[in-house]
Design a protein around this ligand. Structure first.
Ligand SMILES: NC(=O)c1ccc[n+]([C@@H]2O[C@H](COP(=O)([O-])OP(=O)(O)OC[C@H]3O[C@@H](n4cnc5c(N)ncnc54)[C@H](OP(=O)(O)O)[C@@H]3O)[C@@H](O)[C@H]2O)c1
Length: 328
């Protein structure tokens, strides 16, 4: 498959190129950047030196010649490309938020009109594999929702309240630095931000309710001095207490056959660079604590996007995604 990446100079774009190098059926033929058109991809992704001689380009969307496209651009930019790609029958995975939510919810939460809306499967394969398989367009989930929803899903239908407390590395904010992500604010520091207002809570609520749950769902993110990774502590408050053995059996029944979910003590280091979501569960009467860890740029973005493309195109689901995490 010939692959085009729109937004290839950013963090998730670079990660798509890195991961696709080991895909057996995909090769990147087009990597776009408006600012860097004509420059080698390695000018901003020097870790790919020796692996690619591709240069950035900036073609019009109707000049993109590829079997599949990843939209690795900010929200509102993706909706400018998505409709035309779908019209041309090009399999597309959108890493932005533009197609994850119902239109009215999107417009309220993101405070922008949606100019080219259609519905798309929510690309969390462990929960929506049937809808994703063979689809032509997928809305790839947000990074925080991926780790949070996977952690709470098995217990969601029994829960009355779910509180997600997440810690993220700085690459979650993208390649352009801001005052919040500037080194003096991040190094040797630890902050909570958007304590009650982070946009990703809408995705969490949507998916938790799709699981047949009426649970109230809350989310607070924190920024930690790490480049990659999201550790989420989900406090799941139940109506009835659950025993440790029963909870562990429940998680094994949901995820025992899932290659990318490992039921083991989570940490940022043990998933770094990989498409794994590690999680473990501990019960205290009606409170269950589930902790999950993902790499925000892999299972939280580019890796999951490739997992989705594999399902959309009949490739092996793990193709390009079997790299072992980097520890220490
Ligand atoms: N970072 C994460 O952990 C993460 C996780 C999950 C989802 N996401 C989502 O994935 C998308 C990409 O994130 P990122 O972190 O890779 O962002 P990023 O590092 O800021 O990169 C964004 C890329 O999009 C390009 N771009 C920006 N506006 C564009 C436009 N109007 N048309 C075409 N290209 C445009 C930029 O390139 P030029 O300016 O050179 O053209 C840049 O290459 C975002 O929607 C983000 O919310 C990110």
């Amino acid at each position: 498959m010939d692959i085009a990446i729109i937004g290839a100079s950013g963090y998730t774009g670079g990660e798509l190129i890195r991961l696709l190098l080991s895909h057996s059926r995909a090769s990147v033929v087009c990597a776009t950047s408006r600012k860097l058109a004509g420059k080698p991809v390695t000018s901003v992704h020097p870790h790919l030196g020796g692996f690619t001689d591709l240069s950035f380009s900036n073609p019009a969307v109707d000049a993109i010649d590829a079997d599949a496209v990843f939209l690795a651009v900010p929200h509102t930019a993706a909706m400018k490309y998505a409709g035309d790609l779908v019209d041309r029958g090009i399999k597309t995975v959108d890493l932005s938020a533009d197609y994850r939510l119902p239109k009215e919810v999107y417009e309220t939460i993101y405070e922008v009109p949606h100019t080219r809306y259609f519905t798309a499967p929510y690309g969390l394969p462990e929960l929506h594999r049937d809808e994703i398989t063979g689809a032509s367009f997928i809305a790839n989930p947000g990074c925080f929702p991926t780790g949070a929803i996977l952690a709470a899903a098995p217990l969601a239908s029994r829960a009355r309240t779910i509180i997600f407390d997440s810690k993220t590395g700085v690459s979650g904010a993208g390649v352009n630095p801001t005052a919040t992500t500037h080194y003096p604010n991040v190094g040797d520091n630890f902050i909570a931000y958007k304590w009650t207002t982070h946009r990703h809570v809408a995705e969490m609520r949507m998916e938790i309710s799709r699981l047949g749950s009426a649970a109230k769902c809350y989310f607070t993110p924190h920024l930690v001095p790490a480049n990659r990774g999201i550790l989420t502590t989900a406090h799941v408050l139940l109506d009835e207490p659950i025993e440790q053995e029963e909870a562990e059996a429940l998680y094994r029944s949901w995820y025992g056959d899932e290659f990318f979910v490992r039921l083991q003590k989570p940490s940022l280091a043990t998933v770094r660079g990989s498409n794994f979501c590690d999680m473990a569960v501990e019960c205290e009467g009606t409170r269950v604590v589930v902790v999950s860890a993902i790499d925000n740029l892999v299972k939280g973005a580019s890796g999951q996007a490739i997992q989705n493309l594999n399902l959309m195109t009949g490739c092996r689901e793990t193709d390009g995604l079997t790299g072992v995490p980097l520890v220490p």
